[in-house]
Design a protein around this ligand. Structure first.
Ligand code: NAG
Ligand code: NAG
Length: 357
């Protein structure tokens, strides 16, 4: 079962590469598991902003996604072989309003809030792209950091920073803080090999300011030599022209895509997309050639989490215990794939982040 699911996910990733094309024409028919459209995401934002006007509230969105209809409802709907009718749609949003985390359920038909609960337990919402953008600029304007850069003889204009979530080490009270690490982008496409080590920079994301700073002493920044990894920049025999990979399907592709539904050989499945989970495969079935009927293989499958503990006790690394999906969002981390560079020439592209900005 597990290997079958991996095969489906793997094949889907290969064939239907993700791209950030924004489609403007709405689909004539909406599958109930289709990801929220741009219009639906905007509607969710509008409804929540109406309840928490930004003139007297601080409001930020940390998740907006489809609230799936119940499995039984979907299966019943599917058994009627629908081509026109769709099911009522709901959206689920996680927003921080005045530092409190709200879980909000919205009916997209009636354009109303069905429930709005404040989350009081452990944990914080996924980081937003916007707040990370603000956090990584803070050191560049922070006196003590500029001093540390000068002391190392580095060029501030060549410094870039990035946010790193902090693990939990038994604190009874925790705030929404991240560490920010900085790197030299000078002469390398891979900033991670040129860290400015020995600095501790902690940013409080609710306050959007540096709340802790410590310079533990100068550790030389590694040289940029031999850090070019991009295939397009490689010299023969490794450059793209010498790669010798080509695919050719003279009779066209072996799959059909209708909206987000895919038929491929004797497989059928639905491709969804979620800001947290990224690619979601649902309703996968296979036509059993011996029994002459379709058989369900997977109701819904996605990567629920990727936990990455670095296990290095040094100060720059001990806190790195990333939850890649929950903290950063696989979907939010999606980038456009480039035809003929990231995928073969016969790949077909689906707009994954329809409407996401
Ligand atoms: C914002 O203004 C609205 C409308 O005047 C009011 O009901 C609400 O309590 C205010 N919220 C805050 C946090 O002040
Ligand atoms: C620092 O970097 C900037 C941007 O790359 C460059 O224009 C400038 O000449 C550099 N300064 C020194 C002193 O190298």
């Amino acid at each position: 079962m597990v290997s079958t699911m991996n095969l489906v996910l793997f094949s889907a990733l290969l064939l239907f590469s993700l791209q950030t094309v924004v489609s403007v024409t709405p689909l004539p028919f909406q599958h109930p598991l289709d990801p929220l459209t741009k219009e639906e995401i905007t509607l969710v934002q509008t409804i929540v902003q109406r309840k928490y006007p930004t003139f007297n509230n601080t409001l930020s969105f940390h998740y907006i996604g489809l609230d799936d209809p119940h499995k039984d409802t979907i299966l019943k709907w599917e058994s009627t072989k629908p081509t026109i009718t769709t099911l009522p749609r709901k959206a689920f949003a996680i927003a921080i309003v005045n530092t409190q985390t709200h879980e909000i359920l919205i009916d997209l038909q009636t354009k109303t809030i069905l429930s709005d609960n404040i989350h009081n337990g452990n944990g914080f919402p996924t980081l937003s792209v916007d707040e990370q953008g603000v956090a990584i600029e803070l050191p560049l304007k922070y006196g003590p950091f500029k001093e540390s850069v000068n002391k190392r003889g580095l060029n501030l204009s060549e410094v870039v920073c990035s946010t790193f979530t902090l693990g939990w080490f038994g604190e009874t009270q925790s705030s929404r803080t991240v560490r920010v690490e900085c790197f030299m982008k000078e002469s390398t496409p891979n900033i991670y090999v040129r860290p400015i080590s020995g600095l501790t920079i902690v940013v409080d994301l609710d306050l959007l300011k540096i709340v802790e700073y410590h310079d533990g002493g100068i550790i030389p920044v590694p040289a940029a030599d031999n850090t070019e990894y991009r295939l397009s920049q490689q010299k023969p025999p490794f450059g793209p022209k010498h790669y010798g990979l080509a695919t050719h399907q003279p009779e066209g592709p072996g799959f059909q895509i209708s909206g987000h539904s895919v038929s491929w050989a004797n497989w059928k499945f639905h491709i969804g997309f979620d800001p947290r989970a990224g690619l979601v495969i649902s309703l996968a079935s296979i036509y059993d050639l011996e029994k002459h009927k379709s058989r369900r293989v997977l109701y819904k499958g996605y990567i629920s989490e990727l936990f990455v503990p670095y296990q290095d006790p040094t100060d720059d690394f001990f806190y790195k215990t990333f939850f890649d999906a929950g903290e950063f969002g696989f979907g939010l981390s999606t980038v456009s794939l480039v035809p003929n560079r990231d995928c073969p020439s016969n790949a077909q592209f689906l707009a994954a982040k329809d409407g996401m900005t």
